[in-house]
Unconditional design. Structure first.
Length: 278
């Protein structure tokens, strides 16, 4: 029943002999447009025109993939069941409103007909022409509304049954979608929880590594500091030794200079004595 009603809806929207597309797409995903054209015995452009009309109202969606061998894009189509049912629900409600308006008109107004011309007019128009047919001038007969009222009530009942069916389908479909979304949300929540646990572990491991690196840095710094102190002490000790050697060497040199000065002084005195004897 659902497919039949959607079939009629598509024909209302896209034209005669287009409803078969519902039977091809219903309950399937990503159907190749060439496969659709083959099953409908239409050209690919004719099928695309139908699908584009339905797509404009959001009743179908598509994805496209590039054919690696031929190099062109192929479209794959999916029927949006929920949107189709919502559109169908609105269409049926509009039909019911129209039929109820017609029923109210039949129950509250009089209509006149010309059997020769097979036309029917309202009381206002009949009165305007003196209850005579404007085509053949025959006197109008008062129409019996009982049959029309009965047929209209029957149509309303049928359409209301279809509407109830579609609304029931919508309830079930939405419940199914809600269940699927809840399942997906639960899965996402679990993945998010797992991700948080993983990130917590990674952060803890990172903190351990940072702490280890800091501790190692402190140890290295301490060792460097101790080594610097040892080196500094060695340098100071070496400087003291060098300084002592320098002082000792200065004393030796000073002593030698003193001896040299004495020798020089004696040489000068000797020179003076020699010069006096001459």
């Amino acid at each position: 029943m659902q497919v039949k009603l959607l079939h009629d809806l598509v024909e209302e929207m896209a034209g005669e002999n287009t409803g078969r597309i519902v039977e091809i797409l219903f309950g399937k995903r990503d159907v190749n447009e060439f496969s659709i054209a083959k099953k409908m015995e239409l050209t690919i452009n004719q099928v695309r025109n139908i699908l584009y009309k339905l797509s404009a109202d959001g009743l179908v969606t598509f994805i496209r993939k590039k054919d690696k061998r031929k190099g062109w894009y192929i479209y794959y189509w999916t029927l949006k069941t929920e949107k189709c049912l919502v559109r169908l629900e609105k269409s049926l409600m509009d039909k019911i409103d129209g039929l109820k308006h017609l029923l109210d008109s039949r129950e509250t107004r009089r209509f006149y007909s010309c059997k020769s011309c097979a036309i029917e007019v309202g009381e206002e128009k009949a009165l305007e022409h003196g209850f005579s047919c404007e085509e053949c001038a025959e006197v109008y007969d008062l129409s019996d509304n009982s049959g029309s009222i009965r047929d209209t009530k029957s149509k309303i009942t049928r359409v209301e049954k279809d509407l109830t069916l579609i609304q029931g389908e919508l309830v079930l479909l939405r419940a199914k979608i809600a269940k699927k979304r809840a399942k997906e949300d639960k899965k996402m929540d679990k993945e998010e929880a797992d991700r948080k646990v993983l990130m917590k572990g990674i952060r803890a491991e990172a903190r351990k590594k940072v702490a280890k690196a800091k501790a190692l840095g402190k140890t290295v710094k301490k060792k460097v500091s101790v080594k610097k102190k040892i080196v500094a002490k060695k340098v100071v000790a070496k400087k003291k030794i060098v300084a002592k050697k320098v002082v000792a060497k200065k004393k030796v040199v000073t002593k030698k200079l003193s001896v040299v000065k004495k020798k020089l002084s004696l040489a000068q005195k000797l020179k003076k004595r020699i010069s006096r004897r001459k």
